[in-house]
Design a protein around this ligand. Structure first.
Ligand code: ATP
Ligand code: MG
Length: 349
C-alpha cells in the first residue's frame, strides 16, 4: 500500500493544499517554517489516527479555524482507497471522525486498515542522547503498538507499581501485619506481570543484535533488566521502606547502545551528533525489518530532516537503505536532490 496523494484543509499552517507522492522517494524541499514537518505529521495522522507532536491536538487545526480535514489516496493492487480524517474543535478539545471510502469507521478500524509506518524525527534524538527513561519509553511504545498483550501487561504492571508505592508511603508499625499481607500480594503481582515485559524486551533486543549492521557500521544493544523477584525484594525491603518506593523492576531497566569499532563505544555518552543520528536510524531501520518479518508488510517511511548533520557518505548510506520503500523525506538543502538516483519526485513547499 502506498500513498499517492494527500489533500489538506486547514491543517496546521495549510489552508488548502494538495501534494502528490512518488511510490519510491519523494523529497520535500523547503526553507524553515514552510510546513515540512506539518506535512509529515498529516501523513502520520492518516496512518496512525493521531498527530506525532506532543502538543495539544487542537493545534492540528489551523489557528482561528474550527475544523481541519486530511484526505489521503492510497493505492494497493490497482485499487485506490480514500482515507479521511475530520478534526473538529469540541468542548473536550477536539473530536476526530474517520472515513474510508466515505464510510465512517472507528479509530481502531481506521488504523487497522492503514499500512505500517516508520517515522524518523529530530525530536526522537532524545531516545539516544538523553537518559534511560527515554529508551524505555521508546521500546514500550513500539512493543505496545505491536503486541496487545505487552500493552496490557505494561498497564497492569504500572497500576500495580502505583499501588505498591502507595503502600510503602503509608507504612506504619501498628498496621504492619495488614500491610505485609497487601505488600506480598503486590509483590507476586509485579513479579508475574514483569516477566512478560522482560522477556519481550529481551527478545526485541536479540532481534536488534541479529540485525546489527547499518551498511558497514555495526551497532550493539545491551539490555540490562532490573529483575524483580522474591529474594531481591526481601533483600531491599528495608531500603524500600526508607525511600518509600519500589526500587527494582522494569521501570528501572536500562538499554545501552554501542557502536562497534575497535572498542565498543557507548553512543549515549561518547557518540558524535552524526553517530547518534545513525544510531537512531539503526533503531528505525530495524522497525522496518521487524514489520517485514512479522507482518509481511512494507512500511512507509517518513524521514524528517534526517540529513542535516550527516556528510554525503552517510547520506548515501541512508538513501541506499531506504530505496526499496516508499520514502517521504524532508530537507532544507537542494543538494540532497542530486544524491538520489532513479525513481524520485521533488515537492517544493
Ligand atoms: P523547519 O525546517 O524549521 O523544521 P518546517 O518546514 O518543518 O520547518 P513546520 O514545523 O512544519 O516547519 O511549521 C511550519 C509553520 O506552521 C510554523 O511557522 C508553525 O508555527 C506553523 N503552525 C504550526 N501549527 C499551526 C497551526 N495550528 N496553525 C497555523 N500555523 C501553524
Ligand atoms: Mg521541521
Amino acid at each position: 500500500m502506498w500513498l499517492k496523494k494527500i489533500n489538506l484543509f486547514n491543517f496546521r499552517n495549510f489552508s488548502e493544499k494538495s501534494f502528490n507522492f512518488n511510490p519510491f522517494t519523494t523529497i520535500v524541499l523547503g526553507e524553515n517554517a514552510k510546513g515540512k514537518t506539518n506535512l509529515l505529521e498529516a501523513i502520520y495522522c492518516l496512518l496512525k489516527g493521531k498527530g506525532f507532536r506532543e502538543q495539544k491536538e487542537v493545534e492540528l487545526i489551523k489557528f482561528d479555524k474550527e475544523k481541519a480535514k486530511i484526505e489521503g489516496f492510497f493505492e494497493e493492487k490497482d485499487h485506490v482507497f480514500i482515507h479521511q480524517i475530520l478534526i473538529e474543535k469540541s468542548s473536550k478539545g477536539v473530536e476526530k471522525k474517520y472515513f474510508i471510502d466515505k464510510t465512517k469507521k472507528n479509530y481502531h478500524q481506521f488504523v487497522k486498515a492503514s499500512t505500517k509506518m516508520v517515522l524518523f524525527s529530530p525530536d526522537q534524538l532524545k531516545i539516544i542522547d538523553e537518559g534511560p527513561d527515554q529508551r524505555r519509553n521508546y521500546f514500550d511504545r513500539f512493543l505496545s503498538e505491536e503486541d496487545n498483550e505487552y500493552r496490557k501487561r505494561l498497564n497492569n504492571y504500572f497500576n500495580g507499581l502505583k499501588k505498591r508505592n502507595k503502600l510503602l508511603e503509608v507504612f506504619s508499625e501498628e498496621k504492619k501485619s495488614h500491610f505485609l499481607e497487601d505488600i506480598y500480594f503486590w509483590n507476586n503481582y509485579l513479579i508475574e506481570e514483569s516477566s512478560y515485559l522482560v522477556e519481550k524486551r529481551k527478545k526485541y533486543c536479540d532481534f536488534l543484535n541479529q540485525n546489527s549492521f547499518l551498511d558497514e557500521k555495526e551497532f550493539f544493544i545491551d539490555y540490562q533488566p532490573s529483575i524483580i523477584d522474591k529474594k531481591k525484594l526481601n533483600f531491599i525491603f528495608k531500603e524500600e521502606l526508607r525511600q518509600k518506593k519500589t526500587l527494582i523492576g522494569p521501570q528501572r531497566d536500562n538499554f545501552l547502545i554501542f557502536i562497534k569499532n575497535e572498542k565498543h563505544k557507548n553512543i549515549h555518552l561518547f557518540g558524535s551528533r552524526s553517530e547518534q543520528r545513525l544510531g537512531l536510524f539503526w533503531l528505525k531501520i530495524n522497525e522496518i525489518k521487524y514489520f517485514e518479518k512479522n507482518f509481511k508488510i512494507r512500511p512507509i517511511l517518513l524521514l524528517d530532516d534526517l540529513f542535516s548533520e550527516l556528510d554525503s557518505k552517510n547520506r548515501q548510506l541512508i538513501l541506499k537503505l531506504v530505496k526499496n520503500y516508499q520514502t517521504i523525506l524532508t530537507t532544507t538543502e537542494k543538494e540532497v536532490i542530486y544524491l538520489i538516483e532513479g525513481f524520485r519526485s521533488i515537492v517544493v513547499i
